[in-house]
Design a binder for this molecule. Structure first.
Ligand code: ZN
Ligand code: ZN
Ligand code: ZN
Ligand code: ZN
Length: 839
């Protein structure tokens, strides 16, 4: 029997389909899919199925000094027990094996891990096959020409794994222990994570150190006939044009002069055409950046691209290459799209060109081609919306790279108005070129009419604008990934995960990411005591070391030993500063939670957590001062920079996934509740009817709570606890309509006065009953992005309710359902969990 091992389950299914001519059947072993046809068995891993770790005796953070980790033995332990077991069982019955993991350094290491697991059972021959897209041609050809595993390449990946573990674990434990942060709130440091964090922190420091300058800009409208166009004031100095006036007096003098002008005489008209080249072929970084322009985060962009790759629709999405290989024939590939309802017309028009010459970038590698469509076109219905949008982006990007450049006509008009120089820049797209097949770049034009030299134009509406120079901007995620790539931090496969980790650890927040005080303190501590971990030099050194391993000049042992020695030296320096570092970290973490002065005692008000796990605002002077303010019970609070001018307290934002909202100043919220009278809308159905037994005459009222939420509740609270929920946001209006059944007015929720589409909430009792009913149906369709079709697919995978979804193993389910990624399942699972918490 021949055993074939792939990197993921969906790749295994796809490869089995191709090699078996669609005749493979599926059997489950230890909960793992095994595809079989003839005497072949094909099984997918889950990326790494073993991980590097320290032996168990090092597990207790309190028992082991962090420095002891530096020389600790490193063991490999299974991280995916079921897959490891299945692989070994299959190996026993095999007389040959083929490793078909992804074709890159990480894939080589994953392949070697499988190789070693098979070797533990048997010494059958083990081949390696490599391909860049899971299409019939490439896969068949790869299996016809098998090769050997590249052990040096795998060893390079392994060295990085070990060094990352050593540095990450040792320094993470050191910082966490010195700050007294154990358990879930540990302070993590990492070889890739920390230099990335430093990039973000450094930009924040520039922003904070920025001292703005005032300047003024002047504008006026010029008229050609009835057509007005905007022109900007400027001065000339040594051949350069300055639009900004830095001196206030000079600015107002110029403005007076400009206001005095009745007409402007055209001094010069300059036309030139500019060629706008089509984009280079997609590498990973450029792809992530383009995907961000259609609204996908880096993490999302990569997971969607991986789905499309494994399904055979696009080539491998992790690549640095920006030059199409010789064996890619653009005409043939375009030909695959000519009959398509959506792409056909564009493909035809591109094929009409006399010559098809793709663009090329600077980086040419031989492992993978730039990302491009394979020519196997998916059905629109088989893909999710995100997948389809990404697929279309990749197709259109390929189209663009073989399309003609675009041409713009630029028109610059300079005119003299009463001694003031004015200029207007127009641009017009005269030949759309690649823009015709690639709608992702701006083609907005700026109209300036044709005028002649010495033509006299009327002038009107002179304006002056006071401005300030702006600090550098925070980088967005795709910009950061670009920067990491330029500095060689991380790899194309990991960069997006690194950012996600920084969010998860509470080091960065918002988008574009902004560092927390803790993040700044961690970077400071690292800079002071272990600057190599935040230094891009360490990254560069490691890259160089890895290359020497790949080339066979050094071995894994030598490289990891050097790294251990360096880490040992760092611990020598850290030892004496432990108390100081711990103090600084603790203070910064407190600063991240500080809102401002306590109105009772002047100490700081902090976000705190009760024993039951709920958040509130409490005083640092506790137990002497017992001042508190409530916080909403949905989400996790973070403290914003905005400060309430009345209470000098910072605003609070509640992070709750898609329901994230800004709570604002907790003191204002509490005061508003105290000052708002309950608005009575009817009789309490529980205790209102005085003629019935237990009737006490309670009324129902719209109430505002001190934590910012609202509800309909009984006026006899707390004696009567009857209540109905109301939305947190919007103004609630009590209308004239009355519910016949409950004798309560219909409510209307508006977004301010001129809301054209208010939410007709109706009778609060009926509304709540409907809400409960929707919740209990299957519940699944209530989750974002799940339609009836997905409900069917989920049911086929054994998921019939929210309950099932909560207990599901996302990886296995993702493998079973076509077109649903693991990430999506995780999102839905989180929503399902949240719906339980909300009940
Ligand atoms: Zn206080
Ligand atoms: Zn306030
Ligand atoms: Zn009541
Ligand atoms: Zn009703």
């Amino acid at each position: 029997m021949e055993l074939i091992v792939t990197e993921k389950d969906n790749a295994a299914r796809r490869i089995a389909e191709i090699l078996s001519g669609d005749s493979a059947s599926t059997e489950r072993r230890n909960g793992v899919n095994v595809y079989r046809w003839g005497d072949k068995r094909c099984v997918g891993l889950s990326g790494h199925v073993v991980g590097v770790d320290f032996p168990a005796e090092y597990a207790d953070w309190r028992d082991v000094q962090p420095v002891e980790l530096v020389d600790a033995e490193i063991v490999k332990t299974p991280t995916q027990e079921n897959i490891v077991r299945t692989l070994k069982e299959l190996a026993k019955g095999a007389d040959e094996a083929t490793i078909a993991t992804d074709y890159d350094r990480e894939g080589e290491l994953i392949g070697k891990e499988a190789y070693e697991l098979i070797r533990e059972e048997t010494d059958i021959p083990i081949d390696r096959v490599r391909f860049s897209s899971i299409t019939e041609n490439e896969v068949t050809e790869a299996f016809e020409n098998p090769d050997d595993l590249d052990f040096d390449l795998a060893a390079a990946g392994e060295a990085r794994q070990i060094i990352d573990l050593l540095w990450g674990a040792a320094l993470t434990r050191f910082l966490s222990l010195s700050a007294g942060q154990l358990g879930d709130d540990f302070i993590s440091v990492g070889r890739v994570q920390s230099p990335t964090l430093k990039l973000i922190v450094d930009r924040e420091r520039e922003i904070q150190a920025f001292d703005p300058d005032d300047y003024w800009e002047l504008f006026a409208d010029l008229l050609k006939g009835d057509t007005a166009f905007e022109a900007q004031y400027f001065t000339r100095e040594d051949g350069t044009e300055n639009e900004r006036v830095w001196d206030e007096t000079a600015a107002s003098e110029a403005f007076e002069q400009l206001q005095g002008a009745r007409e402007a005489i055209v001094e010069s008209v300059r036309r030139r055409t500019r060629t706008d080249d089509p984009p280079e072929p997609f590498n990973t970084t450029q792809y992530i950046s383009s995907a961000s322009s259609i609204g996908l985060s880096a993490q999302k962009a990569m997971s969607v691209a991986e789905e499309l790759y494994t399904a055979g629709y696009i080539t491998y999405p992790r690549t640095d290459n920006t030059v199409y290989p010789d064996d890619l024939d653009p005409e043939t590939l375009l030909g695959a799209f000519t009959d398509h309802y959506l792409f056909g017309e564009d493909a035809d028009s591109l094929l009409d060109a006399d010559e098809i010459e793709p663009t090329e970038g600077d980086e040419e590698t031989t492992d993978h081609p730039p990302i491009h469509p394979t020519g196997e076109i998916p059905d629109r219905d088989d893909l999710s919306d995100d997948e389809w949008e990404v697929y279309e982006l990749v197709v259109r990007h390929f189209f663009a790279t073989v399309a003609d450049p675009a041409e713009w006509e630029h028109l610059k008009v300079v005119a003299d108005a009463n001694g003031c120089l004015l200029k207007a820049n127009g641009k017009r797209l005269v030949d759309p070129g690649y823009h015709e097949v690639y709608p992702y770049r701006s083609t907005s034009e700026n109209y300036v009419p044709d005028v002649e030299e010495s033509e006299v134009l009327n002038i009107e509406d002179a304006r002056i604008e006071a401005k300030q120079t702006q600090p550098p901007r925070r980088r967005g995620q795709s910009r950061l990934i670009q920067e990491m790539s330029d500095l060689g931090i991380g790899t194309k496969s990991t960069r997006h995960n690194t950012l996600q980790k920084l969010y998860d650890r509470g080091y960065i927040e918002s988008d574009p990411p902004r560092p927390t005080k803790l993040a700044i303190a961690v970077v400071e501590a690292a800079e002071k005591f272990a600057d190599r971990i935040v230094d891009e030099e360490m990254t560069a050194q490691l890259e160089a070391d890895m290359r020497t391993i790949v080339d066979g000049e050094k071995d894994l042992e030598e490289v990891t030993d050097d790294s251990r020695a360096m880490l040992e030296r760092i611990f020598g320096e850290l030892h004496d500063s432990r108390a100081e570092i711990g103090e600084h970290l603790r203070e910064s973490m407190k600063a991240d939670r500080t809102l401002g002065p306590c109105p009772d005692c002047g100490e700081s008000l902090l976000v705190r957590r009760s024993r039951q796990g709920s958040y509130f605002v409490g005083c640092d002077g506790f137990p002497d001062c017992r001042y508190t303010l409530p916080l909403p019970n949905q989400g996790e609070p973070t403290v914003l920079d905005e400060t309430c001018s009345e209470h000098d307290l910072k605003h609070v934002k509640m992070l709750a996934g898609r329901s994230t909202f800004v709570h604002g100043c907790p003191q204002c919220k509490a005061d508003e509740a105290d000052e708002t009278d309950d608005e009575i809308i009817g009789v309490c159905p529980e205790c209102g009817d005085t003629s019935a037994a237990g009737g006490e005459g309670g009324d129902l009222a719209i109430k505002r709570l001190r934590n910012g939420s609202r509800l309909v509740g009984c006026t006899r609270y707390p004696e009567c606890e009857y209540s109905l929920p109301l939305p947190r946001r919007g103004d609630i209006e009590v209308t004239e309509d009355v519910c016949q059944e409950h004798d309560l007015p219909h409510l209307l929720v508006t977004d301010g006065e001129d809301d054209e589409d208010p939410w007709e909430l109706g009778c609060p009792i009926c509304n709540y009953a409907e809400y409960r009913e929707r919740q209990t149906a299957s519940g699944l369709e209530d989750l974002d992005g799940i339609g009836s079709k997905t409900v069917e697919k989920l049911a086929a995978a054994g998921i019939d309710s929210l309950e099932d979804l909560r207990g599901a193993d996302t990886e296995t389910v993702a493998a079973e359902i076509q077109g649903v990624s693991e990430d999506r399942l995780r999102e839905w699972q989180a929503q399902a969990n949240a719906s339980v918490a909300a009940d």
